[in-house]
Design a protein around this ligand. Structure first.
Ligand code: HXC
Length: 521
């Protein structure tokens, strides 16, 4: 299978970088200097025994307990994630050195709920440093109760060391976190600093402190699932990007996902051989936009319509559904897709949609992934709840992200592009490289009804509305000014995008030098 081979080649070449809070697995290459054959034999035996002990982790009982919960052990997870025999393990024999609370008798990593000891932290930091050195992504499989309470400040220091590395690595190498059990404290903050957080349904949880601590501090009674289950974080809080059915599903999907990404910000995204003709007409797109301007349709039909083999790896599919983001390939190249979703809240931009879109656009820009934007947006959502929640600040994030992005930006206005949202959604004015409109496009300050009620107050609304529609609810004013480069037939959209991506592959654009930007947070 092509995917398997490529994953193997990429990870092997870069010394498979994986960290894992419960069990940390690596194979050390040891050179044994032996004074005599006898001595060599005894050293070999010791190594064998230590390896055996390390491999059994917290013991069969704990492995059985993990299995009974429907979860795999760390080594089983790593083997599923990677190609056979491609994992190279470091520091298998590293032990914690805590002697408080009888800890000297407990040397194994699977005990204490995967909580982080100073020794764990050193292993994680070591591999992260090496990943940065060679330019390899970091994938973390997290199943941990956070800082190990018995080790006190030693474990807090360990987390801070990891956080610093997460931040240093941000935008340099992709960082992916897979949450595969209850994670608390530092075990949530480290993933939160990474690019993507995926969860496993029913067995993974994220919270800064678990239900027991919540009960003792606030008196609230709450289950792990309610407090930080996959539903909570993929639907309500937006902390996690996607949830998978079980450990196996999660690991296999992360393999797929990984294939979209470059190894680092210095590497191109992998190009997959494409058998889907780049110039394929997509006849269905000619009728996807309903005749009635306020009727809904599914922007995902447009995205999958143009994508290679209709494949789309959606990010945050359950959160802020009024904007759709995710990865596809176009003629084999990885592309970040952003689309307003007319099916949900008419595709308006609100606080959550703006933040979701901004974070995605920034990831693509950091890792040189071109962005294709489908626009059908009636504007920013008005109202007190949005204003009190800071829509100005949050909406500015999306505006900022698009304006800052220097990767190839291709924009297709399928229908409405109203008001500030027109500007924000990868417009020509924010350095959109190629901007197209379908014949159904309406580029205006607002919709006809609203506009006429303001500028023709008390006058013949119907007549003026018809005139407004004729004048503004079409792509011509924008195209006359060069704000859209062409009005294209929807069926030709795939070939247009593929051609542009080819042309823009040599694009060079840099922002003015700065220490770092100060984007609205
Ligand atoms: C030491 C821990 C531990 C911890 C769990 N264990 N968390 N040991 N330090 N932080 C141990 C338990 O004693 C138990 O040991 C085993 O792990 C499994 O834990 P259970 O509670 O039996 O499992 P479960 O019911 O599934 O609950 C998991 C949990 C809960 C929700 C994670 O254990 C929990 O609430 N732990 C504390 C989480 C927390 O508040 N961490 C914050 C640390 S502060 P045995 O031997 O019985 O198997 C922190 C700050 C970092 O991380 C900096 C942030 C910025």
């Amino acid at each position: 299978m092509a995917t398997v081979c490529r994953l193997s080649a990429r990870l092997f070449r870069n010394s498979a970088v994986l960290r894992q809070s419960r069990q940390w697995q690596q194979t050390a290459l040891c050179s044994v200097v032996a004074g005599s054959a006898q001595h060599t034999l005894s050293v070999r035996k010791r190594i064998e025994n230590m390896k055996k002990a390390a491999l059994i982790g917290g013991g069969q009982k704990r492995i059985d307990k993990q299995h009974a919960k429907g979860k795999l052990t760390a080594r089983e997870r790593v083997h599923l994630l990677l190609d056979p025999d491609s994992f190279v393990e470091y520091d298998m024999y590293l032990e914690h050195d805590c002697t408080d609370f009888g800890m000297e008798d407990e040397k194994d990593f699977t005990v204490f709920g995967g909580s982080l000891s100073g020794a764990h932290a050193k292993k994680i930091c070591k591999i992260m440093d090496q990943a940065m050195l060679v330019g390899a992504p970091v994938i973390g499989l997290n199943d941990s109760g956070g800082a190990r309470i018995q080790e006190g400040v030693e474990s807090l220091a360990g987390y801070a060391d990891i956080f610093q590395r997460n931040v240093n690595a941000s935008g340099v190498i992709p960082q992916i976190s897979l949450i595969m059990g209850p994670c608390a404290g530092g075990a949530v903050y480290s993933p939160a600093l990474t690019d993507f957080m995926f969860m496993v349904k029913d067995t993974s949880y994220l919270f800064i402190t678990g239900p027991d601590v919540v009960k003792s501090v606030t008196g609230e009674t709450v289950t792990q699932e309610e407090l930080g289950g996959a539903k909570t974080h993929t639907v309500t809080s937006g902390v996690a990007h996607k949830a998978f059915e079980n450990d196996v599903d999660a690991l296999l999907q992360v393999r797929e996902f990984f294939n979209f990404l470059p190894l680092s910000n210095q590497d191109p995204s992998p190009i997959r051989e494409c058998t889907d003709p780049w110039n394929r007409d997509v006849a269905g797109l000619d009728t996807v936009v309903p005749l009635e301007t306020t009727a809904a349709y599914d922007i995902k039909d447009v995205i999958t319509g143009v994508a290679d083999d209709s494949e789309f790896f959606e990010i945050m599919p359950m959160y802020a559904k009024n904007i759709v983001v995710g990865f596809t390939r176009m003629n084999g190249r990885t592309v970040g897709m952003v689309g307003n979703q007319p099916k949900v809240a008419a595709g308006c931009l609100d606080i959550n949609a703006s933040v979701k879109g901004a974070r995605f656009v920034r990831f693509c820009d950091a890792f040189n992934i071109p962005i294709v934007t489908f626009v059908d947006v009636p504007g920013f959502l008005p109202g007190t709840s949005q204003e009190y929640g800071g829509i100005i600040r949050h909406g500015a994030k999306l505006l900022y992200a698009y304006a800052e992005a220097t990767v190839p930006k291709i924009t297709v206005i399928t229908r409405k592009a109203y008001g500030g949202a027109y500007d924000v959604m990868s417009s020509k004015h924010l350095r959109g490289d190629t901007n197209y409109a379908w014949p159904t496009a309406e580029v205006a300050v607002m919709g006809a009804k609203g506009a006429v009620s303001i500028i023709f107050r008390g006058k013949d609304q119907e007549k003026n509305e018809a005139e407004y529609v004729e004048k503004f609810a079409n792509p011509f004013p924008a195209s006359k000014r060069g704000f859209v480069d062409d009005i294209i037939e929807p069926r030709t959209t795939r070939r247009q995008i593929c051609r542009d991506l080819d042309m823009l592959s040599s694009k060079k654009l840099a922002n003015p030098w700065k220490k770092h930007a100060n984007m609205p947070l």
